[in-house]
Write a protein of this length. Structure first.
Length: 287
């Protein structure tokens, strides 16, 4: 039962039991209850106008989806139906995108055909727009893939927000990066679900930008994958933002290595002993 219903029923019950005597001698309490009811009504009305909030957010009640950004990094946390993103207003890119990938999320009624890439109005302007990519030579590279969001039309649509995109080399996007995305879906089916975090890597120095809004072009990309359960295990990958055709093993790094390069603390809510164990080693043969 919603808070507003509880408050209204409580007020009505008190009024019936104590009638005018209660109302007369407890006016401050009555006014406070009325204020809370009004606030709840206003809040319910504002939420109801935004279709993005009608489904359960990906990050709700799941601490493994929230990573710790490098100190001083601009970070706006956005919780979507299918993923959680830390957005950087300076680079116009995500710092990271995280989601819990399960086999059932890769199946369902949602199709990517007909879904438009969309500027995310939840972040301040200037922000990435479709026009920034025109003639840039870069793909609009999904971080959380569309194919991981087939379970929900809303999740599929939100995967096309530019806060989930980075300028990505086309050969990488459609080649080795896509192969890694497919591998993650395979692991999700094999292990009953995995946690995935990925995003851009920006090395020190000046960076190329594209478009009127100066969207930064990443030097490379990272992906870390965690499986939990009786035998928790994690692995990291780093891909240069360039052409390549190599086996997955060539991109393997420990999660500790990815943390050192990005400055992000991955899966900080894991028990310390588990975090130290799974992040210190990486063996593709264990997957």
């Amino acid at each position: 039962m919603s808070k507003i219903k509880i408050l209204i029923l409580s007020l009505c019950s008190v009024a019936v039991l104590c009638s005018c005597d209660f109302m007369e001698h407890n006016k401050p309490l009555v006014r406070e209850i009325g204020k809370v009811v009004a606030d709840e009504i206003r809040q319910s009305g504002s939420d109801g106008g935004d279709s993005r909030h009608t489904e359960r957010y990906a990050g709700e009640d799941d601490g493994l989806l929230v990573q710790t950004d490098r100190k001083g990094t601009p970070a706006q946390i956005l919780r979507r139906t299918g993923y959680t993103v830390s957005y950087n207003r300076e680079t116009k890119l995500p710092n990271w995108v995280a989601w819990h990938l399960t086999d059932d999320r890769t199946k369902g009624p949602a199709k990517r055909s007909g879904v438009d890439f969309t500027a995310d109005t939840d972040v301040p302007a200037p922000r990435a727009e479709d026009s920034d990519y025109y003639g840039s030579g870069y793909d609009r590279g999904h971080m959380c893939p569309a194919a991981d969001n087939k379970y929900s039309v809303q999740a599929m649509e939100e995967s096309f927000l530019f806060t989930n995109m980075c300028p990505q080399n086309g050969n990488l996007n459609r080649g080795d990066w896509n192969e890694m995305e497919m591998a993650c879906r395979g692991w999700a089916g094999k292990y009953g679900g995995v946690y995935v975090v990925c995003g851009p890597i920006l090395y020190k120095g000046r960076h190329k930008t594209i478009g009127r809004n100066k969207v930064v072009v990443p030097d490379a990309f990272f992906k870390v994958v965690l499986r939990t359960g009786k035998n928790p295990c994690a692995i990291g990958f780093i891909y240069k933002n360039a052409e390549g055709n190599r086996p997955k093993g060539d991109y393997v790094n420990t999660v500790d290595d990815v943390e050192r390069i990005t400055g992000i603390d991955f899966f900080p809510t894991l028990p310390d002993d588990v975090e130290r164990k799974v992040e210190a080693k990486a063996d593709i043969r264990e997957w």
